[in-house]
Design a protein around this ligand. Structure first.
Ligand code: PMP
Length: 394
């Protein structure tokens, strides 16, 4: 049977990681894979996570199963971090998932169960795993314009024009904040316009929020999601804790379904737990429990918020330093967009040839579409990157 399997395409980011590892140059800079790195290049276990894990180790008396939808206290704590008081508890269903990827996958399966003909609308560009999962599930997809390669900002009129083609029952996938791969984000006014349009089209928004706290802060980063969830009749939200709690390998995420029609809550919740049962039964618990302990304990929470804020402002500082270095070198404001973008990524707008030139000549490793992980920089490598960008004539 195995001879019937086809080879799968190689993951480009993983291939880049291998090439970086094998590069002997000491000055090489890794701006590839999407994990946060501190100025020394480490991806640390956050202080509050360490403390919570210690407490958990001491207090945990059983490893028996939790609930099919995960620990209800985790669902409550994380949904409240994402949604604040934008929706009431009786409108919300939620089930813990193995990471944000699990939540997105399961959100799409739910859509497929309800409406197999729905088209899923994706921003162009988007995180490559979005189209890949949709293809795997054999669902329909379409693209809406999102990024203007000249201004390196959101092409909002293009986006709205394309979303005008959305049909009733279609699903519009939006990045809650810190758009991956571009770093360009909607303003609050634009979120309201998008909400209006999706509402008029009787379509369903699916919000992927994987970087809350990495952009303008925990509350500010959730505003778009809250506007959508509080105004539209139905919203799906896939939240990840991988980045903002640094628990990548623990696979911690949550799928939320908000329906203003409270009569639907029981059936929706039942479908979410049904999907968990079919796919993996019980979701992973360790990361979820640690996240819940942090969110519900004022001391741990404040420790976590402080460290997350250090991470966020550190990246903002690097953005500003890089934009300044390029302003100086080019005598222009052409690269000011780097300081305007938010989150871990910025799309530089370089051609694949320029990206290759920067890798070969300067040891700068970024994804082929010129997505750079800002957290891969530090005070010293900013200048190496600025020189490379100028040398490659981006
Ligand atoms: N959505 C986006 C846009 C992401 O960048 C990521 C992480 N790379 C995820 C979702 C999911 O991450 P995870 O499955 O590790 O929680």
């Amino acid at each position: 049977m195995f001879e019937l399997l086809n080879a799968q395409p190689q993951d480009k980011i993983m291939a880049l990681m291998v090439a970086y590892r094998e590069d002997p140059r000491e000055t090489k800079v890794d701006l590839g894979v999407g994990v946060y790195k501190d100025p020394t290049g480490n991806t640390p276990v956050m202080r509050a996570v360490k403390s919570a894990e210690k407490q958990l180790w001491e207090a945990e008396t059983t490893k028996s199963y939790t609930a099919l939808g995960g620990d209800p206290a985790f669902v409550k704590a994380l949904s409240s971090l994402v949604l604040g008081d934008a929706v009431s508890a009786d409108t919300l269903s939620g089930a813990a998932q193995p990471g944000g990827t699990g939540a997105i996958h399961q959100a799409l399966e739910l859509v497929k169960m309800a409406n197999p003909d729905a088209t899923i609308w994706l921003s162009a560009p988007t995180w490559p795993n979005h189209p890949s999962i949709i293809k795997h599930l054999k669902m329909n997809m379409a693209e809406y314009r999102y990024f203007d390669n000249d201004s390196r900002a959101v092409d909002f009129s293009g986006m709205m024009a394309d979303l005008d083609g959305v049909k009733a029952g279609d699903v519009v996938l939006l990045h809650g904040c810190c758009h991956n791969p571009t770093g360009a984000n909607l303003t609050i006014e634009q979120w309201k316009e998008v909400a209006d349009l999706i509402g008029k089209k009787n379509a369903v928004p699916l919000i992927d929020i994987a970087y809350q706290g990495f952009g303008d802060g925990l509350e500010a980063d959730a505003q778009g999601t809250r506007i959508i969830a509080s105004t539209l009749p139905e919203t799906l939200i896939a939240a990840s804790c991988s980045k903002n709690f640094g628990v990548y390998r623990e696979r911690t995420g949550l799928l939320m379904a908000v329906s203003q029609d409270t009569g639907k809550q029981k059936v929706t919740q039942g479908n979410l737990t049904h999907l968990n049962r079919q796919n993996f039964s019980f979701p992973p618990d360790h990361g979820a429990r640690v996240v819940q302990m942090i969110l519900d304990d004022p001391k741990l929470r404040s420790e976590w918020e402080t460290e997350l804020e250090e991470v966020r402002t550190g990246m903002l500082g690097l953005r500003k330093q890089l934009a300044d270095a390029l302003r100086q070198r080019t005598n222009s404001d052409n690269f000011d967009f780097i300081a305007e973008h938010r989150g871990m990524f910025s799309r530089l707008g370089a051609t694949p040839e320029q990206v290759e030139h920067m890798r070969e000549k300067h040891g700068i490793y970024m994804v082929g579409d010129s997505r750079m992980n800002i957290a891969g920089l530090n005070k010293d490598s900013v200048d190496t990157l600025a020189d490379a960008i100028v040398d490659a004539r981006v």
